[in-house]
Structure formats: structure tokens, C-alpha cells
Ligand binder design. Structure first.
Ligand SMILES: [Zn+2]
Length: 342
């Protein structure tokens, strides 16, 4: 196996201790979070957290003093120099997006059994609309089978610091962060998988816009709506596709088709004629309904000059071909391969 050389747990514990002051500073600067008395567990724990920004592990580390191994997606550890450094210093448990993650589960168990704590972001992806995303039933099975204390952790407000369509942080503070609940191995053993799953989902659930309705906290959106069309590409009024353009780095997007303008305020709420959209969740439901109806009408998407890559071990990309991406109600097609919708 290639990749950085693996060292002992005590090496990574020392690195963790050395990095804590830096974590502390970055956490305060990026999220406005400062915890006076962090918790320290005297036994290995599995921390299950929700996931709203790329660096929210810092917020967990601010609250929980124990050294923790992160479970990270392979695309993070494959991120050039950053990925290499991250792997070398923190030896994360890597999982491949879209895979069964069985290897990751075994690794989690092994490290817990060796007396370490592990941090897992249960959703595995960041929300596009401000509401928590899907947590797989396998997470509940894992929580029961590790036979150690399981701690649920929640941060909220992160959606406005790093909405899914951008890869930099806006300036602002989290609404809240902290441990929600602690479950002993005995408590978990006494519950069914479904009960455990319901607890995890409830503990980790956030709805950023619902909280913002009462809090009305301002954020400084660094590049305005510049990158929002990476995800939101349906005009809320004429339902035209791919016709929205951000006005420079400002807070307004405009439809080239019908001239509709949507402006976002400093709290992240949208304003436009007719009040069609107030939150990203409103916008997303219009957008998904539009996609569905296009597929039902047989109006399919196609795009020329699309490259298909295979992803191998260590996130190695291999070009498999180039061609026109086409679609049907059943899935996507490229270079003779088909990718059914599920
Ligand atoms: Zn329009």
C-alpha cells in the first residue's frame, strides 16, 4: 500500500496535542467558537457529528479534548500537498464516497479497540439547502457494534459560513455547537437499530433557515452569490435552465430569459418579485420539481465534450474517454457506460 508511513497511536496523540493551540485559534477566527472548559473522556468514544462546513472538525476538537482519528473521504486525503500533510499528521480513516465503506468500518473498530477515539461525520456530505442530509441506517449499526460510549455532536449555522456551492469560508459565527447526548454501550445494546438511528438523526438534525428566522444573524458573504449557480441553475419564475447569472460579486442573480432578479440579504434570505423564494430549501424544491417534470416530458439533458474518469485506490484518476453526456428518465450515459438513477 502506498501513502504515508503509519506510525504508532502515541505519535498521532503527540501531534494532536501540538496542534491543539492552532486548532483553537483557527476555530475562533473561522467560526467564532471559543470553549472555556472542554470535555475530556476517560475512555475511547465514537463521536457522531453533523457536517456543515469543511473544517468543522475544529469545532468538535474545541469542545472535546481527547485525541480523535477523523473519518475522511478519500477525496480529502488525495488533495495534493494538503492531503498528504493531513494524512501524515492525523492518519485519518479513509472511506471512498459511494463505496460500501466496509473497510472504513473495520478500521474504526480497530482504532477504538486500541483505545483511541474516532470522529465520524454521519451525513457524509454537506447540505445544499441548509437542512441536514440523509444518515444511512448503517451508522446506527456501527454505533451499536462498536460497544463503546457514543457521543452525538451538533453544530448549527455553518451553512451560512460555507454553503455547499462554494469552497471558501464566509465570515460569521456559528449559531451553536456542542455535545447533544452521550450513549453508553449498554443503552445502545438495549435499543433496536431503528431506535438508535432515530436518536442519531434527531440529535444531529439542523435546519439553518428555520433557526435564522428567529436569530437573524448577519454573515459577510465573501464573494456574494458569485458561485451559487454551480448548484442553483433554475430560474424561480420562468423555470428556465442554466440562464441565471450572478451580478459580479454582488448579492443578486438575474435571469437572462425573463429578467427576474433575486437578491440575498446579509442573513441569507432571498428577496424577489412575488416572494417566490425565501430560502435555499424553497429554491431547491422548485428546481427539483422542474428537473422531474422535464424528465417526465422526455426533455433530456445533454452536454458535449464531457470526460469520464475512473477513480482508483488513493483517488487516482484514469481517463476512460470523452464524449457527449446524454440522459433519459432512467439515468445518464457517457462513452458507452450507463449510470442509472436510484
Ligand atoms: Zn427567468
Amino acid at each position: 500500500m502506498n501513502g504515508p508511513k503509519r506510525r504508532t497511536d502515541s505519535f498521532y496523540r503527540r501531534v494532536w496535542t501540538a496542534f491543539r493551540p492552532i486548532f483553537h485559534l483557527v476555530c475562533r477566527a473561522a467560526y467564532g467558537v471559543r470553549v472555556k472548559r472542554s470535555v475530556e473522556f476517560d475512555e475511547p468514544v465514537l463521536v457522531l457529528s453533523n457536517h456543515t462546513t469543511d473544517m468543522d472538525f475544529l469545532v468538535v476538537a474545541e469542545h472535546i479534548k481527547n485525541h480523535m482519528y477523523f473519518v475522511a473521504s478519500e477525496h480529502v486525503t488525495a488533495m495534493g500537498l494538503f492531503g498528504k500533510g493531513f494524512s501524515m499528521l492525523f492518519n485519518p480513516i479513509t472511506v471512498t464516497k459511494g463505496s460500501s465503506k466496509a473497510g472504513g468500518v473495520i478500521d474504526i473498530m480497530r482504532r477504538l479497540r486500541r483505545g483511541n477515539s474516532v470522529l465520524l461525520f454521519a451525513e457524509g456530505r454537506i447540505s445544499h439547502n441548509g437542512r441536514s442530509t440523509y444518515i444511512a441506517p448503517a451508522t446506527a449499526k456501527l454505533a451499536k457494534s462498536v460497544k463503546c460510549r457514543v457521543v452525538t455532536f451538533r453544530t448549527s449555522g455553518g451553512f451560512f459560513i460555507e454553503p455547499r456551492w462554494q469552497n471558501y469560508l464566509n465570515r460569521g459565527r456559528l449559531f451553536s455547537s456542542g455535545i447533544v447526548h452521550e450513549y453508553s454501550a449498554e443503552e445502545l445494546a438495549a435499543m433496536t437499530n431503528e431506535e438508535v438511528l432515530a436518536h442519531i438523526r434527531e440529535d444531529l438534525y439542523v435546519d439553518a433557515y428555520a433557526e435564522q428566522e428567529t436569530l437573524k444573524r448577519p454573515f459577510k458573504f465573501r464573494h456574494g452569490l458569485r458561485d451559487i449557480t454551480r448548484y442553483y441553475d433554475v430560474c424561480p419564475r420562468c423555470h428556465g435552465l442554466d440562464c441565471l447569472a450572478a451580478q459580479g460579486e454582488g448579492m443578486t442573480v438575474r435571469c437572462r430569459g425573463c429578467g427576474y432578479e433575486l437578491t440575498m440579504d446579509e442573513c441569507g434570505f432571498f428577496h424577489g418579485e412575488g416572494g417566490l423564494v425565501r430560502s435555499c430549501a424553497d429554491w431547491e424544491s422548485i428546481q427539483l420539481a422542474e428537473y422531474h417534470s422535464r424528465f417526465e416530458r422526455g426533455e433530456f439533458f445533454s452536454e458535449e465534450g464531457v470526460t469520464l474518469y475512473g477513480i482508483g485506490k488513493g483517488f487516482k484518476l484514469t481517463e476512460l474517454g470523452k464524449g457527449t453526456l446524454t440522459s433519459s428518465a432512467d439515468g445518464l450515459y457517457l462513452c458507452g457506460e450507463s449510470f442509472p438513477f436510484r
